[in-house]
Design a protein around this ligand. Structure first.
Ligand SMILES: *[C@@H]1O[C@H](CO)[C@@H](O)[C@H](O)[C@H]1NC(C)=O
Ligand SMILES: *[C@@H]1O[C@H](CO)[C@@H](O)[C@H](O)[C@H]1NC(C)=O
Ligand SMILES: *[C@@H]1O[C@H](CO)[C@@H](O)[C@H](O)[C@H]1NC(C)=O
Length: 155
């Protein structure tokens, strides 16, 4: 506790003393505070991905409820796929630490697959972990889903 106070005092002193440090800190915080974006296109298949069956490509999955769930299944954010099967979630980097998003969170599709194709299961939810796909010049972190798996209904 005492050492962290001393550190803070030195830190503040350094801030006051050198504009260079202030600029560096601004850059660091800017990097840490850049929004995190999760984008994807959901397809109407058991792994949520595009597939080619008998020469026909998998249709997209529109109007599907997409949730970001973390830890024991807390819904952190949610959206719906649009008419092209696309979804996008913009996450607050203060509340959503990148490393825990990657290790502790999943994208879960709660609309049954049978909604988009009656031959597919009506039970269970599609679930995929997140993976990092890149960072834009502006510092925005882009995440995407991996391969979805059909798992038993949550909750
Ligand atoms: C998706 O939802 C919109 C608005 O509720 C509706 O008009 C549209 O028909 C739905 N599309 C499909 C493919 O279910
Ligand atoms: C769905 O969202 C994607 C990505 O934002 C966009 O390119 C596409 O035009 C949208 N489709 C519809 C039907 O709104
Ligand atoms: C619906 O799902 C079945 C079983 O996977 C598949 O054979 C069929 O091609 C799908 N239909 C469409 C229109 O994708």
């Amino acid at each position: 506790m005492a050492s962290s106070k001393i550190f803070l005092i030195f830190f503040l002193a350094a801030l006051i003393a050198t504009p260079v440090v202030v600029a560096q800190l601004g850059g660091l915080l800017g990097g840490l505070l850049a929004p995190i974006n999760v984008d994807g296109v959901l397809f109407c298949s058991i792994n949520g991905k595009i597939d080619v069956l008998n020469g026909a490509t998998t249709p997209i999955f529109p109007n599907a409820s997409v949730q970001l769930r973390c830890g024991a299944g807390n819904v952190v954010s949610s959206t719906t796929t649009n008419g092209s099967g696309a979804f996008s979630l913009v996450l607050n980097p203060v509340q959503n630490i990148l490393s825990s998003l990657l290790s502790n969170c999943n994208i879960v599709v709660t609309t049954p697959l049978s909604t988009c194709n009656a031959s597919l299961p009506s039970a269970g939810v599609l679930q995929s972990p997140l993976q990092i796909v890149g960072r834009t010049a502006g510092g925005l972190v882009n995440l995407a889903t991996g391969v979805f798996q059909l798992i038993p209904q949550l909750n």
